[in-house]
Design a protein around this ligand. Structure first.
Ligand SMILES: Cc1ncc(COP(=O)(O)O)c(C=O)c1O
Length: 440
């Protein structure tokens, strides 16, 4: 067999990656099956990150693969505006059936970033349609991540994502403070007891701008990209109360937390707090085909659809909104979640995952461990003058040792598959333990 020709690595400008360092020592995946990747050298790697929070059912799930193959041969694409495809309607019906009560409408996007910007635009359009068009301020939270488009970046609160684009961030945006505090919550399991009072910071922001100017508050129920910041007990409930008091829409960005990652269909279900708008992506199609969805309550849809029937109600959409192949992947994914009882499965392994992860307490440089559902974070003390170096070295060592996790700065992130065996969970944690012990 002739060897596969190696492509020139230079032309591809990789996302969120130090390109020059990567290309000197590339990590390239060639195939995947179930819980394992195979790299260029034929080496198997256990995927402890479920793709990029995407693939909780495992890679190349046969039912999703079959659905995509069938669909791409039957209807590859059809016009998305003024014409629809059968799969998009079927998927929207399934999504609302799974959603918390009151969510009746779904707008499809191609990614989480597009879902975030779509949600913000719907919030603005909603207030305007109700004659409350001065409500234009959008409120996010420090350390929040809502993707990389201008809206999501502006309400987001992760410094490096904003720094180079500072002058172009949306005007009229403010942020409430984040809830992370090592002295008060380090090594909490699940939701920290401390910190519900931090929701009062939202009242401060409301008092500063006046509620009559504020359209929406957007938060992730659990901050993912910032490093698994779990909401304190009572905190989300209080945000909901403040939104209700002031007529402000509450948007939950559930791009990570929807579809099983927290052992429930939605973070809203897990925490018992129902927002007005929910954004999703990742788990919607198990990562197989890019797709996002924005779910809204009936009242929001109604407010926006009471003009003349022949006129477009919302001047927004993407060429690939409701793409038939993505929708087919989504339908198959939701069906597999149901057949395999994936959300209950994820919930069932939450406790052993938590116990194993917390067994890393006391390992070198570990200053915090936090987890909820199948989301885990291990925070390391940064090396003097080299923030992120230690985390990256641990990631690299684990990778070389056959386990894929993620490092974001000095926070190691874990997102195991929903059907992970005890052996697999142990292997992920023990591989990281070895890496920690070998990393100065
Ligand atoms: C909460 C949240 N919102 C939005 C996004 C952006 O999604 P995408 O990368 O699909 O644009 C992400 C991605 O990780 C996310 O975690």
């Amino acid at each position: 067999m002739s060897p596969t020709p190696q492509p020139d690595l230079e032309p591809y400008w990789m996302p969120f990656t130090p390109n020059r360092a990567f290309k000197k020592a590339p990590r390239i995946i060639h195939s995947a099956q179930g819980h394992y990747y195979t790299d260029a050298a034929g080496r198997q790697l256990l995927d402890g990150f479920s793709g990029l929070w995407t693939s909780g059912l495992g890679h190349c799930h046969p039912k999703i693969v079959a659905a995509v193959q069938e669909q791409v041969a039957r209807l590859d694409y059809s016009m998305a505006f003024q014409v629809g495809n059968d799969k998009a309607f079927a998927l929207a019906e399934k999504v609302v059936a799974l959603a918390p009560e009151g969510f009746t409408r779904v707008f499809f996007t191609n990614s989480g970033s597009e879902a975030a910007d779509t949600a913000l635009k719907i919030a603005l359009a909603y207030h305007r349609a109700r004659g409350d068009g001065q409500r234009t301020r959008l409120i996010g939270r420090e350390k929040g991540y809502h993707g990389v488009n201008f809206g999501g970046m502006s309400v987001g609160g992760i410094l490096p994502n904003r720094k180079a684009f500072s002058a172009a961030l949306l005007p009229g945006v403010d942020h409430i403070r984040h809830t992370h505090s090592l002295p008060d919550m380090a090594f909490s399991k699940g939701q920290p007891n401390w910190g519900a009072h931090l929701a009062e910071d939202f009242e401060r922001v409301v008092q500063l701008h006046d509620a009559s100017n504020i359209a929406a508050l957007i938060v992730e129920p659990v901050s993912g990209s910032a490093g698994i910041i779990v909401p304190p007990l009572g905190y989300l409930q209080r945000l909901r109360q403040i939104c209700d008091k002031h007529g402000i829409l509450l948007i939950f960005d559930e791009v990570i937390t929807a579809f099983g990652r927290l052992g429930a269909a939605f973070g809203a279900d897990r925490f018992g707090v129902v927002p007005d708008i929910i954004t999703t992506a990742k788990g919607l199609t198990n990562g197989v085909i890019p797709m996002g969805a924005v779910l809204v309550k009936e009242s929001i849809y109604q407010a926006l659809t009471n003009g003349p029937e022949n006129l477009i109600e919302l001047f927004h959409g993407y060429t690939y909104s409701g793409h038939p192949v993505a929708a087919a992947a989504g339908l198959a994914t939701l069906q597999v979640y149901e057949e395999e009882e994936s959300f209950a499965q994820a919930r069932a392994i939450e406790a052993p995952f938590e116990e194993l992860l917390h067994s890393l307490k006391g390992e070198p440089n570990v200053i915090d461990i936090r987890s909820i559902g199948l989301m885990g974070g291990v925070e390391l003390a940064p090396r003097e003058g080299a923030i992120g170096a230690r985390g990256f070295e641990v990631f690299l060592q684990a990778f070389e040792d056959g386990v894929v996790i993620r490092s974001a700065g000095d926070i190691l992130q874990f997102s195991p598959m929903f059907k992970s065996s005890q052996d697999e969970l142990e292997r992920i944690v023990e591989t990281v333990r070895r890496a920690l012990r070998n990393t100065p």
